[in-house]
Design a binder for this molecule. Structure first.
Ligand code: DC
Length: 236
């Protein structure tokens, strides 16, 4: 069972994908965290973001581990170092869409993402090109989005809670810039995959979006068993 969830920054993909995976007992992969980890390493090593060969080399050389911890959420390790907080910084937000334009880097990361999917017994993978490129034959594809204002409001609130002081306008500008770069890049731009179910999450809570996705999956009857209820504690 492969489920692809794509959409722009701040649409709620990570929280939704994580919960869908938990409810279905599937593995969950946040591919944005992989692009963020490479951006972190490239910044640390002072690598020119337009040098695709060097960016791809980081992806081959570094060991990126993404695991899930119920208390702390996603945890990201690069070569054993926990960089979970670092990869969500304004500095990484600013550069990650430029780094992810590189076709050389994309091909390395897509190779790893396909490998993770092949090794799992089922996966929910989220990003920008999952339904269009990484898992073209996914059983279910979703494209989730919300208005720029709503996505900025969610991100700004999230950042406030973590103590990052950016104004609402700065957050909105940064998201608008990432939208533009992610949609206009030449290789695997953010777009709705053929056959994807499109969900505007603007008026909905996280739980409501999760229910919409699970209902869609249930209705299309590829599952032979019922989907567990919200409070089920399946290990993912
Ligand atoms: O989902 P996110 O905001 O953590 O993603 C960070 C950036 O990574 C995003 O702006 C574009 C890039 N990305 C990508 O190009 N392809 C993916 N499959 C996932 C993320």
């Amino acid at each position: 069972m492969q489920i692809a969830i794509d959409g722009p920054a701040g649409a709620g993909k990570s929280s939704v994908a994580r919960e869908v995976a938990r409810r279905l007992g599937l593995k969950y992969l946040d591919t944005g965290a992989m692009y963020r980890s490479i951006t972190y390493k490239a910044l640390q090593e002072g690598i020119d973001f337009s040098n695709g060969a060097l960016l791809a080399e980081i992806a081959r050389r570094c060991n990126i581990e993404i695991c899930y911890d119920e208390a702390a959420g996603n945890r990201i390790f690069v070569d054993g170092k926990d960089i979970t907080a670092e990869i969500r910084s304004p500095e990484i937000n600013k550069h990650v869409s430029v780094v992810s334009k590189s076709p050389e880097l994309r091909s390395e990361l897509v190779f790893l993402q396909k490998k993770v999917a092949d090794k799992s017994r089922g996966i929910v993978m989220e990003g920008r090109d999952i339904g269009t490129n990484v898992l073209k034959d996914a059983d279910f594809k979703f494209f989730i989005y919300a208005s720029l204002e709503e996505r900025s409001r969610r991100r700004w609130k999230e950042m406030q809670e973590k103590g990052t002081i950016l104004s609402f306008d700065e957050v909105m500008k940064e998201i608008a810039m990432r939208d533009r770069l992610d949609q206009e890049r030449e290789f695997s731009p953010l777009t709705v995959a053929p056959g994807a179910k499109v969900i505007d999450t603007t008026p909905y809570s996280l739980d409501e979006v999760v229910e919409k996705i699970l209902n869609h999956i249930q209705e299309h009857k590829k599952f032979s068993r019922d989907i567990p209820s919200k409070n089920a504690t399946d290990e993912v």
